[in-house]
Design a protein around this ligand. Structure first.
Ligand SMILES: [Fe+2]
Length: 241
């Protein structure tokens, strides 16, 4: 499995609290069948203002510390969108590795009025935005069709593994399953904040295999993430329902 959303870099956001914590988590993930981890610390302007330089320093530190583990790290970021996101992503190279894919998030309670404008700026500049945890946003919980609206705008959708087990409440859980059912999910990832060892990705693989099929579990945790790391195109629409 390839985990494309983690807060595993030490002391940079609300994720891992120390290098030791990060190393433990990397080893734990390797033991649990993860071959590749994308490190995606938050970028929130003027709050967790993690420039590429800051991220890269932490990334190299962790990479060096786990070089003997059978697991590969990739540098990325989770960008909290605002009207200057395009410029920041370009200047700071906040995309995932050398790919055009970029992990983004926005306000949970309501969408900013200019959200689709901001995303369109990214798409026009040839980025491939991946919206983190759509099942957690209240506007999507309230209006499920909105998820598809993102797809019509060339935005990929990444469901959190923990949502499938009710980590963020019953409504997010229901929305997460529905998204997979309707083909409104391109990735399932952990969003691991390294606060405990309840690492949900292997269990998510199992539950998707059981409730849907192994093909889908593989698609969301392995096939699409591998394509993403190779900067290959991933079909936005893959299921007709
Ligand atoms: Fe996150």
């Amino acid at each position: 499995m390839i985990d494309i959303h983690t807060h595993i870099l030490p002391e940079i956001d609300d994720g891992s609290k120390s290098l030791e914590n990060s190393i433990e988590q990397v080893k734990f993930m390797a033991k649990n069948g993860v071959t590749d981890i994308v490190c995606t610390p938050h970028f929130i302007r003027n709050y967790w203002h993690n420039t590429a330089e800051i991220i890269s320093e932490k990334f190299k530190q962790l990479q060096k510390a786990v070089k003997d583990e059978n697991i590969k790290l990739h540098q990325g970021c989770e960008v909290y969108l605002d009207e200057n996101s395009l410029q920041t992503i370009q200047n700071q190279k906040l995309n995932i590795g050398n790919t055009n894919y970029v992990l983004v998030e926005t306000m949970m309670t309501e969408f900013p009025v200019n959200l689709f404008d901001i995303l369109y700026q990214l798409v026009k500049a040839n980025f491939k935005p991946i919206l983190a945890h759509p099942e957690r946003y209240l506007p999507i919980i309230a209006n499920f069709e909105l998820a598809e609206n993102f797809m019509f705008r060339d935005i990929y959708l990444q469901v959190n593994a923990g949502s499938l087990f009710g980590k963020y409440g019953k409504k997010s859980q229901k929305t997460a399953f529905k998204m997979i059912d309707y083909g409104f999910a391109h990735f399932v990832a952990s969003d691991n904040h390294c606060r405990n060892f309840h690492y949900p990705l292997p269990a998510a693989f199992e539950v998707i295999s059981n409730q849907f099929d192994e093909y889908t579990a593989n698609l969301l945790t392995q096939v699409n993430p591998a394509k993403m790391l190779q900067n290959e195109n991933i079909p936005i629409f893959y299921l007709e329902k």
